[in-house]
Design a protein around this ligand. Structure first.
Ligand code: ADP
Ligand code: ZN
Length: 436
């Protein structure tokens, strides 16, 4: 297999060199952090008075975690390390779980971020000459502009179409013979379900790859996308607090995502004790941004659950691979005392062939008990068959789910297109239980 690289030297740096670079950059990041009101206060409280207190990489653990609430409380400029006139871009998070957080970029910050994205793109085998339709929302959300700049740097032809307007997306894919898409997996499945409605079929298109990210999805969802569209789909992970996309991305091997360790230090911790987990174990991802000046962030608790692959990747890159995101510590549902992650539900239903492309998790209360309903869209022809077959399918889905999440949900079957869709991040869970 031919392995393409954007910056082979950095991407294949041996471990000792990589760690040396990390230490040097960590010390620089700490001196930048000391320019922000937030860390000026926070670091001395932990006994850190400057970069000289960090003599080795394990010393990182002396630095306290930074949490989303710290960023919110520091709004708007508590984490700003440069003068405003040096800031050339402001981004914010999508606000999936509350007030959005804000990130400032100086010119060099944007340049370095763009370069990370160029690395990601090239690692998938995409290159100059590809036509790149960027269906992530433009605006304050980092998914749109982030990849846009990376794709231009690689020399792809960029179509900055942004999200939504499904018919126009499909027509544009045909008009410009788009080869690479950037999109949330849920919206891509929706688009696929609309192919053919206005006379544009898959055969009229030239799609080869999709970069899918911004929301949790299972391996079964990836497979479904790949099979339905006849393309390769690559998982893309990032969060605005750490720039946005470009933190970790799959290479041509498609066996989870290289996390760029020259730009980030990754730790996996037990979300309850805050201690590092054993090598290769699952836990919360904690990230330190080593190369962003305008908004330095140290040991950020992402609330995303994943693990690191200890073994190297066949592509030769030395930067370790992060698993698919298994859930967010804050999207866990507690149903009658049992912890349920939406990702467990998705993984099960997306491998059932009768299930089409959309689903929703609905929670309410009946009397004193929580009630979980999983609504799934199934292919329309199934509704033409016998009712007993539908009942059997419902039972099968219920049983699959029960084997994974322990509780038995109610399952509803719906026609395609009947459940709500989102053009950006999917909103999979509707929780109508009264809040106390
Ligand atoms: P918000 O926290 O408001 O959604 P962002 O827009 O910065 O803010 O989104 C970052 C979050 O999106 C991540 O922390 C993660 O939970 C989720 N995410 C991003 N990419 C992926 C991915 N490839 N797989 C699963 N979840 C992802
Ligand atoms: Zn690889």
């Amino acid at each position: 297999m031919e392995v393409p690289f954007w910056n082979k030297e950095i991407e294949t740096l041996d471990r000792p060199m990589l760690e040396k670079l990390q230490l040097q950059r960590l010390r620089e990041a700490i001196s930048w952090a000391f320019r922000t009101p937030f860390y000026q206060k926070r670091l001395p409280q932990a006994g850190i008075t400057g970069p000289d207190d960090i003599k080795s990489l394990p010393d990182l653990q002396r630095i306290p975690f930074t949490e989303k609430d710290d960023l919110r409380r520091s709004f708007p400029k508590g984490l700003l390390a440069v003068e405003m006139k040096e800031v050339i871009r402001i981004h914010s998070s999508s606000g999936t779980t509350g007030i959005p957080t804000v990130i400032y970029f100086a010119r060099d910050d944007l340049d370095r971020w763009t370069d990370l994205l160029a690395r990601c793109i090239v690692a998938t085998g995409a290159s100059a000459g590809d036509v790149f339709q960027n269906m992530m929302t433009y605006g304050m959300f980092t998914g749109g502009l982030g990849l846009h700049y990376g794709a231009e740097r690689v020399g792809m032809t960029v179509i900055p179409i942004s999200g939504g307007k499904t018919k126009r997306q499909i027509q544009t894919m045909k008009d410009f013979q788009t080869t690479v898409l950037h999109v949330t997996p849920s919206y891509l499945l929706h688009i696929q379900s609309k192919l053919g409605e206005d006379g544009v079929n898959l055969a009229d298109l030239s799609l080869r790859r999709a970069f899918i990210g911004a929301e949790p999805h299972s391996e079964n969802t990836r497979r479904k996308i790949e099979e339905l569209l006849g393309i390769d789909a690559f998982n893309s992970y990032g969060l605005s607090e750490l720039n946005g996309p470009g933190v970790a991305f799959e290479c041509v091997c498609k066996k989870d995502m290289h996390l760029w360790e020259d730009a980030y230090i990754v730790e996996i911790i037990d979300p309850i004790s805050g201690q590092a987990v054993e090598n290769g174990q699952e836990g919360e991802v904690v990230l330190t941004n080593l190369v962003r000046r305008a908004t330095p962030i140290l040991r950020y608790r992402t609330r995303d659950l994943a693990f690191l692959h200890p073994e190297p990747c066949e592509c030769g890159r030395t930067h370790r691979r992060l698993s698919r995101i298994l859930g967010r510590t804050d999207d866990m549902l507690i149903i009658n005392g049992v912890n349920v992650f939406p990702s467990q539900i998705e993984e099960k239903i997306m491998k059932i062939p009768e299930v089409a492309t959309n689903y929703q998790i609905y929670v309410d209360k009946k009397g004193a008990l929580d009630r979980l309903t999983v609504k799934v869209e199934i292919y329309p022809k199934l509704f033409l068959g016998e009712v007993s077959k539908l009942e059997a399918l419902r039972g099968r889905i219920r049983e699959e789910l029960r084997s994974s999440i322990v509780i038995t949900p109610n399952v509803e079957l719906h026609e395609p297109g009947s459940l709500p869709i989102s053009e950006g991040k999917a909103k999979r869970v509707v929780d109508e239980r009264p809040k106390d």
